[in-house]
Write a protein that binds this ligand. Sequence first.
Ligand SMILES: [Fe+2]
Ligand SMILES: [Fe+2]
Length: 194
Amino acid sequence: MSEATAVEMLEAEHRVIQKMVAGMSVLADQLEGGEPVDVSLLESIVVFLRTFADRLHHGKEESFLFPALIRRGVPSQGCPIGGLTMEHQKGRVMVGELADAIRGYAAGEPPARENLVKSLRVLVAFYPNHIWKEDYLLFPLAGKVLTPEDQQDLMDKFETVERELGLDVHEGFDKVAADLERKVSGIVSSPKEE
Ligand SMILES: [Fe+2]
Ligand SMILES: [Fe+2]
């Protein structure tokens, strides 16, 4: 069995982000339906998005994958690298807005529920679109232009990022996403009546 490449590792991280996003979508439905949602659960989403999705995953892409592609002749501006970098920046703003909306919700401000639903929906629309562009456009391109040595070099750098964020970052955040999935699936499958 050959080991996963650096690009395959990024692809696997997309699956964890998608799991979280699916849970966020159900939470938005619950909030819209007037049901109470645990503030600490909402806060754990922000921590996940900031740490796993942004610092770890987007960090690997921006600090190492994109520069490696640029060294192999992919343009640094425009499609795809310029566009994806801009989307990462927009994502950070959206997550900040979600954190604000959660604070408002926790404080019981009147329009807070609506703001929170809106913030969740914006992110639920954003991530799958961004991930699609990487899975189907960027990563196949990376598979073509990067040499096996480039992939190994990236893997070494990715391991450094993981060490900096804590060795259990992967296992820990896989669990956060799985926990949310379990909690919301419990809500969804619970009987409607009574
Ligand atoms: Fe990305
Ligand atoms: Fe990505």
